[in-house]
Design a binder for this molecule. Structure first.
Ligand code: NAD
Ligand code: UD1
Length: 311
C-alpha cells in the first residue's frame, strides 16, 4: 500500500507516518516544514528497509500536490496551520493552507486515481454552541477562521464523495497531545507549552479563569482512529468526533501536572483570548461503535508518557 501523509513532518502526521512505516506501507511525507521538522521522522532509522520519501511542498500549490500523490492508494491529510489564534491574526493566509489546501488534496486525488482521503478535521467546527457533549450531529458554529476552514473542508469531502465517488473520512480531532508537539510558539498546544515550561522551572500563563475545558486525547489514540479509518472504510463519506470523552479544565490539568512533577507551579491568570472556545468535550460512541475505536490513554496516563519522553 502506498500512502501520502500531508503535514507528515508535524506532530500528529509524524506519528501516523511512524505507524504506516511499522505496517510496511510505502510512505510519502508531503510538508512545507513551516512547523514540521525532519527530526520528527528520525524514527525511520529503527525500521531498516522501510520506504519513506520526503517531498517538500505546499498544499496550496496544486501542481506540487498532484505530482506527490500520483500512484498513492490513500492520503492522510494533516497539513494545516494548526493554531486557532494564528487564523484570527491572518485569515487569508490560513485559508490558503487550511481550505484551499484541502480542496487541492481532493482534486489531486480525483485526478490521480487515489481512492481514499482521511482528513484531520477539528472540534473547532462546533465553536461555542451550548450543546454538550458534542456528538457528530451537534450544530456546527465555528468561532474562528480556523474552525470555518475546517468545516468548509469537511463539506468538500462530502461533495467529492457524492460527485466523484472518492471515499472520504473526516476525523474531527479534539485536543491532541503527546511527544513531538512543538512548544516553541505562544500559539502552540497548551499541554506542550505547560510541560516544557514546568520542566524548565518557569511559570505558566492561563488565558481566562482556567475553567475552560477540553477533551484531551493522547496522540497514539488519534493514530488508532486514523488506522481504523484506513482499514475499515472502503466507500462513502464518513465523519467522526475523535476524543477520549472526558472534560478536563485547565485548573484540573495544572493539578495533574503538579502531581506528576511533584513541584509547585507558578500560575499567572490573564485575559481570555478572542475566539477561544469555553467548553469542548465529545461523546465518542459513534467511532467506538462503528469502527471499534478503543481509546487507551487517560489524560494522566498520556501526560506521564509525555513528561517521561521530555526528560
Ligand atoms: P503541526 O503544526 O505539528 O503539523 C502540521 C504540519 O503541516 C506541519 O508539519 C507543517 O509544516 C505542515 N504544513 C502546514 N501548512 C502546510 C502547507 N500549506 N503545506 C504543506 N504542509 C504544511 O500540527 P498538528 O497538531 O500535528 O496538526 C495536524 C493536523 O491536525 C492539522 O490539520 C490540525 O489542524 C489538525 N488538528 C490538530 C489538533 C491538535 O490538538 N493538535 C486538533 C484538531 C485538529
Ligand atoms: C487546539 C488545537 C487546534 C485544534 C483544536 C481542537 C493547537 C495549537 N491547537 O486548539 O489545532 O483544532 O484544539 O479542539 O494544537 N492556553 C492557556 N495558556 C497557554 C496556551 C493556551 O491558557 O499558554 C489556553 C487557551 O487559551 C485555550 C486552551 O488553553 O483556552 C487550549 O488552547 P490550545 O492548546 O491552543 O487549543 P485550542 O485553541 O483548543
Amino acid at each position: 500500500m502506498k500512502i501520502c501523509i500531508t503535514g507528515g513532518a508535524g506532530f500528529i502526521g509524524s506519528h501516523i507516518a511512524e505507524e504506516c512505516v511499522k505496517k510496511g506501507y510505502e510512505v510519502i511525507v508531503f510538508d512545507n516544514f513551516s512547523t514540521g521538522k525532519k527530526e520528527n521522522l528520525s524514527f525511520v532509522k529503527n525500521f531498516p528497509g522501510s520506504s519513506l520519501k520526503i517531498v517538500k511542498g505546499d498544499v496550496a500549490d496544486y501542481k506540487a500536490v498532484s505530482k506527490a500523490v500520483k500512484g498513492c492508494n490513500a492520503i492522510f491529510h494533516e497539513a494545516a496551520v494548526a493554531s486557532v489564534q494564528k487564523s484570527i491574526e491572518n485569515p487569508p493566509a490560513t485559508f490558503e493552507s487550511n481550505a484551499k489546501g484541502t480542496l487541492n488534496v481532493l482534486e489531486a486525488s480525483r485526478n490521480n486515481g487515489v481512492t481514499k482521503v482521511i482528513f484531520a478535521c477539528s472540534a473547532a467546527i462546533f465553536g461555542d454552541h451550548p450543546e454538550i457533549p458534542k456528538r457528530e450531529d451537534s450544530p456546527v458554529l465555528p468561532k474562528s477562521p480556523y474552525g470555518a476552514d475546517k468545516y468548509i473542508s469537511e463539506v468538500y469531502l462530502r461533495l467529492y464523495n457524492e460527485l466523484y465517488n472518492l471515499t472520504t473520512v473526516s476525523l474531527r480531532y479534539f485536543n491532541v497531545f503527546g511527544p513531538r508537539q512543538d512548544p516553541s510558539s505562544p500559539y502552540s498546544g497548551v499541554i506542550s507549552i505547560f510541560t516544557t515550561r514546568i520542566a524548565q522551572g518557569k511559570d505558566i500563563t492561563v488565558f481566562g479563569d482556567g475553567k475552560q475545558y477540553r477533551d484531551f486525547i493522547f496522540v497514539k489514540d488519534v493514530v488508532q482512529a486514523n488506522m481504523l479509518a484506513l482499514e475499515k472504510i472502503h466507500s462513502g463519506f464518513h465523519y467522526y468526533n475523535v476524543g477520549y470523552g472526558k472534560a478536563t479544565d485547565l485548573n484540573m490539568l495544572i493539578s495533574i501536572l503538579q502531581k506528576i512533577y511533584q513541584k509547585e507551579i507558578t500560575v499567572n491568570y490573564t485575559d481570555a483570548r478572542p475566539g477561544d472556545i469555553k467548553e469542548s468535550v465529545t461523546d465518542p460512541s459513534k467511532i467506538i461503535k462503528e469502527l471499534g475505536f478503543t481509546p487507551g490513554y487517560s489524560v494522566e496516563e498520556g501526560l506521564r508518557i509525555l513528561v517521561e519522553s521530555l526528560q
